[in-house]
Write a protein that binds this ligand. Structure first.
Ligand SMILES: [Zn+2]
Ligand SMILES: [Zn+2]
Length: 279
């Protein structure tokens, strides 16, 4: 695992590699625009290039952008779907301009139309976006969900469907949020290796592009998306050692998204080190 975290962009995009370094992180995730608003002003070209250069010279190659929380590519409403799709394309183009190879997004919610219809809409949207951004390398990375509300993407079958129906597996992938997986009924605390082998057979291990490394505030399988600082939640200590010892995941980025953000990350890193994990 390459340890990273979600960072604030308050000092500008180009400062992110330096900020990550100062926190002892090897990579990072960020928002390229306000995640709670549809519209954003276009990126400043110079600023975007400055980020790309800074990331490359810091030797970081797997930073990620987290897409807007408003998007719902699974929406049964044409208007909402269209707004989401336009926002999705904009996020892909912004990632490309910023030199970021991973765009992590929540798959969406079916809003009563049922998971199957929503998953088909999401797969179609991903395929259209791949066609419309052919010249770009940005990977469209679906994050698994805790299964709250009518969100899809909580089960490996949902993720497997998206993988199977993609026109280009080089351009897609998955981000495993450890809190969400545990809340969705995958017992990472006791059966992490079983989870990985199930993921491999139903989705494909090589499609794991990133982790969101979060402890879970609530007990197993409650479908409640509340992150906790590492070691302070309901995930076992052995889960963390299993994860970091897994050689197949050695080069995969793992982004912290724990409470307190940048003020709390030092505690998370200390916890991992206390387990003998080398970061
Ligand atoms: Zn997310
Ligand atoms: Zn979450």
């Amino acid at each position: 695992m390459k340890i990273g975290a979600h960072l604030s962009t308050k000092n500008g995009f180009a400062k992110l590699p330096e900020n990550a370094n100062a926190l002892g992180l090897r990579t990072y995730q960020f928002f390229s625009k306000n995640q709670m608003q549809w519209k954003a002003r276009p990126l400043d070209k110079e600023e975007a290039t400055a980020h790309s250069k800074a990331a490359r010279s810091a030797g970081i190659g797997d930073e990620a952008i987290h897409a807007s929380y408003l998007m719902n590519l699974g929406s049964p409403e044409d208007g909402k779907f269209k707004m989401s799709y336009d926002a999705f394309l904009d996020e892909i183009r912004r990632a490309d301009q910023l030199g970021v190879s991973l765009l992590i997004f929540h798959p969406g919610a079916h809003m009563g139309s049922g998971p199957d219809k929503a998953l088909k809409r999401i797969a179609d949207a991903m395929n259209s976006a791949i066609k419309e951004t052919k010249a770009m390398k940005v990977k469209l990375v679906v994050e698994n969900t805790a299964g709250q509300g009518s969100m899809v993407g909580y089960s490996l079958d949902h993720l497997g469907y998206l993988a199977e129906n993609s026109i280009d597996n080089e351009r897609i992938g998955f981000c495993i949020d450890t809190c969400h997986a545990y809340q969705a009924g995958y017992d990472l605390s006791n059966e992490f290796h079983k989870f990985l082998s199930d993921f491999d057979s139903r989705v494909g291990l090589k499609l794991i592009r990133a982790f969101h490394l979060n402890d879970s505030k609530y007990p197993f399988n409650k479908h409640l998306d509340r992150h906790e600082n590492l070691g302070k939640g309901t995930l076992s200590r052995s889960f963390y050692t299993d994860l970091f010892e897994e050689q197949k995941l050695a080069n995969i980025p793992a982004f912290l998204e724990t409470p307190e953000g940048e003020d709390g990350y030092p505690k998370d890193l200390e916890f991992l080190k206390s387990l003998g994990i080398k970061l």
